[in-house]
Design a protein around this ligand. Structure first.
Ligand SMILES: O=C(O)c1cc(C(=O)O)c2c(n1)C(=O)C(=O)c1cc(C(=O)O)[nH]c1-2
Ligand SMILES: [Ca+2]
Length: 585
């Protein structure tokens, strides 16, 4: 725009040009987002640079043009198809930069669309090997952008950097062995020039790991396994918490112990910590692995510079239900006991909404956010541990099958991967939750490379006739629910809140919906033609506010949902980006 045209080559420069101040190297147009831009994402409404709309992943926008008084008039601006036969769950969150919308698609694809018209600029298809074994549909949750690159993970456990203008591969790195059950569904996160990635594979005895890779080359900078035993052995570094190598596992069980970091993390510039959730211990059958099984079903506070674990908090010690525990920890600050505190909130799959001190991982509050929880009666705030209801743990298998118990929440969780939002305007968390239970029983199982490693059987059942999904506004000061919206099908998409007093989320029935953030009143809906399991975002372009979401039914519910899967089997698949704005008038 106002920058002088760059000289293409040295020869074109006057030979004896007087040397003034050194030219700012490559700060020119087209250089792309920097570390500072990523950290500042919450404050730049003209783009969406990070998964979570800021490193803290609060999914809150300060834009007010579309608000609770006019959202009822919002209309589609355009839609863009992901095309073809590869229409499965579209869990992606769009990124928006410099006139382009980037979305990942099912089967490890990445698309670049014009942000004003939806016209496709390019698409990349990772062309997966047949042997991949993702547990829960062929999903991907989003990309990361940096400089000239757009970076995403694939189901055969690779991390791929493409040129964001052309879609051409810049580097392509294997992060784990997909033949041993590893895959990659999370959006990568970039902190200080390092691509921070997690892995998937907890249902196959994979071992959780966080890797930091050089954004320019893809080379490994540090690796942090999440299971005691592996932690102690890595690079000769102590794990930074217990200093012990393997206190909470018996025998060799830690070798295939799970704890996958399959949702990626959030980052807090204030404390310089990455918060990474870890998944279920493997196998699911808890009688086969006595002990707390650290650090599965936990949140880890990790130093991005070294990979050292600074603290850990385990939300389900000795998990026996696949309560997993990867759910995002969202940093926020609030008054507690008369002082301002650096806190984090996590709505866990196990049914509790946790508030912890994010400087040290100490539990401050744990309140149920669903109506039925059978496995524990609350948490002990001193020890941070659950008060277990032992009788409700699935029993040990005798010959073939242990006793069946009814358990709530179901293993797909009071909240699964779909991200909640924190509104800086209302001070509320908006949590996509589900009310369901399951019959669960344990079975014998032995580890076999690349095969499912559960040792349990299960059938998910609804708890109520009229709804499973419930969007809940939670006051973090008390854990009390301020309002709720009930949905017939399970909620499986992310949430966005805005300073326009709005909350957006999608439904499997196909709608993107807008609610009044204070009252919960439904203000607007639009049917996208397939289930919405993506995460909505918003931005401004030439003075107009846009809202975008991916449509395309899928994810774990149709595959693992038991009786609930049957109830939603009529929902049609899809694969489309939908973009909305107010009509010009
Ligand atoms: O332990 C794991 O490694 C792992 C990975 C994933 C994944 O990567 O999608 C899911 C789960 N577990 C899981 O337990 C689960 O319920 C789940 C739901 C979904 C989805 O995308 O709908 N993924 C996953
Ligand atoms: Ca899992």
């Amino acid at each position: 725009m106002f920058a002088a045209p760059l000289l293409a080559a040295d020869e074109t420069a006057p030979a004896a040009a007087p040397v003034a101040a050194p030219a700012p190297v490559a700060a020119a147009a087209g250089a792309g987002p920097t570390d500072a831009d990523l950290m500042n994402d919450e404050k730049t409404p003209e783009n969406v640079l990070t998964y979570g709309m800021g490193p803290r992943a609060q999914r809150f926008s300060t834009i007010t043009q579309i608000n609770s008084s006019n959202v009822g008039r919002m209309v589609p601006a355009f839609t863009a198809s992901l095309g073809g036969e590869k229409q499965r769950g579209q869990e992606s969150q769009p990124l928006v930069y410099d006139g382009t919308i980037y979305v990942t698609g099912s089967y490890s694809r990445l698309f670049a669309f014009d942000a004003k018209t939806g016209e496709e600029k390019w698409q990349y298809d990772a062309r997966l090997p047949d042997a991949i074994v993702p547990c829960c549909d062929v999903v991907n949750r989003g990309a990361a952008i940096y400089g000239d690159k757009i970076i995403f993970g694939t189901l055969d456990a690779r991390l791929v950097a493409l040129n964001r203008n052309t879609g051409k591969v810049i580097w392509n790195k294997q992060i784990a062995d997909y033949k041993a059950g590893y895959s990659f569904t999370a959006a990568p996160m970039i902190v200080k020039g390092k691509v921070i990635v997690g892995n998937s594979g907890g249902e196959f005895g994979a071992v959780g790991e966080v890797q930091a890779r050089d954004v320019n080359t893809g080379e490994l900078i540090w690796s942090r396994p999440t299971i005691e035993g592996h932690m102690g052995m890595m690079n000769g570094q102590p794990n930074g918490i217990t200093g012990k190598t393997n206190a909470t596992w018996q025998g060799d069980q830690w070798k295939t112990g799970g704890g996958a970091t399959w949702l990626g993390g959030t980052y807090d510039p204030d404390t310089n910590l990455i918060f990474m959730g870890t998944g279920n211990p493997a196998p699911w059958n808890s009688h086969l692995r006595p002990g707390d099984n650290l650090y599965t079903a936990s949140t880890l506070g990790i130093d991005p510079d070294s990979g050292q674990v600074k603290w850990a908090y385990q939300t389900t010690p000795h998990d026996g239900w696949d309560f997993d525990g990867v759910n995002e920890l969202i940093p926020f600050d609030a008054m507690r006991g008369g002082k301002m505190m650096k806190l984090g909130a996590k709505a866990d799959r196990n049914g509790y909404f946790f508030i912890i001190d994010r400087t040290n991982g100490k539990l401050q509050q744990a309140t149920p956010f669903v109506s039925k929880i059978t496995w524990a009666n609350g948490f002990n705030l001193k020890t941070g541990r659950p008060n277990y209801v032992d009788a409700n743990r699935p029993g040990a298998p005798t010959a073939e099958k242990g006793t069946t118990v009814f358990s709530a929440p179901a293993f797909l969780g009071a909240k699964n991967w779909m991200p909640m939002s924190y509104s800086q305007q209302t001070g509320m968390f908006y949590v996509p939750s589900n009310e369901w239970g399951m019959d669960i029983w344990n079975e014998p199982i032995a580890y076999k490379k690349g095969a499912a490693y559960l040792g349990a059987g299960f059938t998910i059942k609804p708890l109520y006739d009229d709804h499973i999904g419930v969007l809940r506004a939670i006051d973090p000061a008390t854990g009390k629910i301020a309002w709720e919206y009930k949905n017939k099908a399970p909620l499986w998409g992310g949430v966005l809140s805005t300073a326009g007093n709005l909350v957006f989320t999608g439904t499997p029935e196909g709608y993107l919906k807008a609610f009044d953030a204070k009252s919960g009143k439904e203000l607007w809906k639009f049917n996208t033609g397939s289930g919405v399991v993506g995460s909505p975002v918003t931005w401004t372009d030439d003075g107009e506010q846009y809202v975008a979401v991916m449509s395309g039914w899928g994810g774990a519910v149709p595959l693992w949902g038991g009786e609930v899967a049957k109830a939603v089997q009529h929902i049609n698949q899809g694969g489309a980006l939908w973009v909305f704005k107010l009509p010009k008038s």
